[in-house]
Design a protein around this ligand. Structure first.
Ligand code: KG4
Ligand code: ZN
Length: 460
């Protein structure tokens, strides 16, 4: 274990005496890296607050913060905070895209024995980790809060009680240090983190595969995405997690990575599983049928081996089932991508580009097969490094910077009252069936997240 990580764990222990042993041992990733100067988004400044009407209550005591961004003609740093699900993450990113510091505390161990994320425990773990994670990101960046130009936090979509932990921390830092506070849309942040690669220009196709979402998006600008298709039931990450649970693989690393590891030792064609929606030629996904088929195969194997319902299968059976599940799950992705490529080819123009983003994009087999389908179709693929695919603070800070560049005309140096409304659901989070683009009009707006993420203060 790296010395910095050891030190951080020691600090986390000292700062969080109530943290249970597994939480203390939570995976802390801290890294410092340079990335190339990104190409900034261009476009008209839009400044629309999108917090009202969500039905989520504001904080009891509205903190005071400065509105507006720092002088965007000079480099500035943004602290990004992410607590939408089961990762407590923070990062400091400079406005030119240089990652100055980052830290993540994962909660896999906390939830492993429950077979899924328990919101109350997730909130508690966020509360226990948040201060140490933010401190570590700043420490890695060799900056203090005084040096930071703005604070950003994910405010949706996600688990509301978890979102509130990060949003509250950000609001209080903004208030105490008189910094602007920016709201981030989680899905947009996943899509925009790919633009840390400065060769990725708008528009591009994004395949967003995470625990809560599975969407094909046509990303035309900051705050400007069309949904080409989404899942009708389970998301891809959710399917991985459920499959891992069925195979008794749930572990300290999380279901998806555990299944990926098991699949490495298995025969991907050993078990016959149906590829979802093979005959449908649209961009929607469905993983519930595959999950149920896997459940049936697991039961068959148990019976074949004379095992009871809760008994573990022999290792090789587990590996073969995992590999076969992964093979078919990815074949479904390949099918959908081929349809999406055809649908957007006209809009894409000369250099069609795909960005593979979201937690499941950390999966090496998915990365390999998506790269192959893209290259066969003449599409360029951009995939962030695995640590920037799973939830992280960099994507929050970076999307805030990109949004901020669009609204640099916002008022500066005025004291205003911040009222944060964190929400589990957003307009952009609607079910794909109601928000899907018409087949032939890719450019039509299925959802616009400018309103969600571009501006940050609610004046009460
Ligand atoms: O984006 P993310 O970190 O959180 C959400 O926004 O949901 O994605 C988490 C999901 C989980 O379902 C997790 O099991 C899956 O991404 N995941 C993976 C891998 N790493 C994370 N699935 C398959 N293979 C992986 N290596
Ligand atoms: Zn995510």
């Amino acid at each position: 274990m790296r010395r910095a990580t050891m030190l951080f764990l020691a600090a986390a222990r000292a700062l969080c005496p109530r943290v249970t042993q597994p939480t203390r041992r939570s995976i802390i990733r801290a890294a410092k890296s340079k990335v190339n100067k990104p190409r900034y988004a261009t476009g008209k400044a839009k400044a629309v607050f999108r917090g009202e009407g969500l039905g989520a209550p504001s904080y009891d005591s509205a903190p005071i913060a400065l509105s507006g961004l720092p002088d965007t003609t000079k480099p500035y740093a943004v602290l990004g905070i992410e607590t939408s699900c089961d990762d407590t993450a923070a990062a400091v990113v400079r406005s030119d895209g240089t990652i100055l510091g980052e830290a993540v505390a994962s909660q896999h161990e906390v939830h492993a024995k429950y077979g899924g994320i328990v919101p109350g425990l997730a909130k508690e773990a966020h509360e226990q980790a948040i201060d140490a994670v933010v401190d570590e990101a700043l420490k890695q960046a060799h900056l203090t809060m005084e040096d930071v130009g703005a604070v950003a936090a994910t405010v949706g979509p996600g688990l509301e009680i978890c979102l509130r932990v990060g949003a509250r921390k950000a609001a209080h830092l903004a208030s105490n240090y008189e910094k602007p506070f920016l709201h981030c849309h989680h899905l947009e942040a996943h899509c925009l983190v790919a633009r840390l690669d400065d060769s990725l220009a708008f528009p591009y196709l994004a395949l967003l595969v995470s625990g809560g979402h599975c969407q094909l998006l046509w990303v035309q600008g900051v705050g400007d995405c069309s949904v080409l298709g989404g899942t009708l039931d389970d998301a891809l990450g959710e399917a991985y997690d459920k499959a891992a649970r069925m195979l008794h693989l749930s572990s300290e690393t999380g279901g998806g990575p555990a299944l990926e590891q098991a699949a490495l030792r298995g025969n991907a064609t050993a078990i016959d599983l149906p590829v979802p929606m093979k005959k449908r030629k649209d961009c929607d996904f469905s993983y519930a049928g595959l999950k149920n088929a896997l459940r049936g195969k697991v039961a068959e194997k148990r019976e074949e081996r004379g095992l009871g319902d809760d008994d573990d299968l022999p290792d090789q059976d587990v590996y073969d089932l995992a590999a076969s599940f992964q093979n078919v799950a990815i074949e479904h992705v390949e099918d959908r991508l081929k349809v999406a490529f055809k649908r957007v080819i006209n809009e894409a123009g000369a250099s069609p580009t795909l960005a593979l983003v979201g937690g499941v994009a950390a999966n090496a087999e998915l990365r390999r097969r998506v790269a192959s389908v893209a290259s066969q179709a003449g599409w360029r693929l951009v995939v962030p490094p695995p640590r920037l695919c799973t939830d992280n603070g960099v994507m929050v800070a970076w999307s805030a910077i990109l949004c901020g560049n669009q609204i640099s005309g916002a008022p500066r140096h005025r004291r205003e009252v911040v009222s944060v409304a964190a929400s589990a659901r957003w307009r952009g989070d609607s079910t794909p069936s109601t928000r899907r683009c018409s087949r032939d009009r890719v450019g039509s707006m299925a959802w616009r997240c400018t309103e969600v993420s571009a501006i940050f203060l609610r004046i009460t």
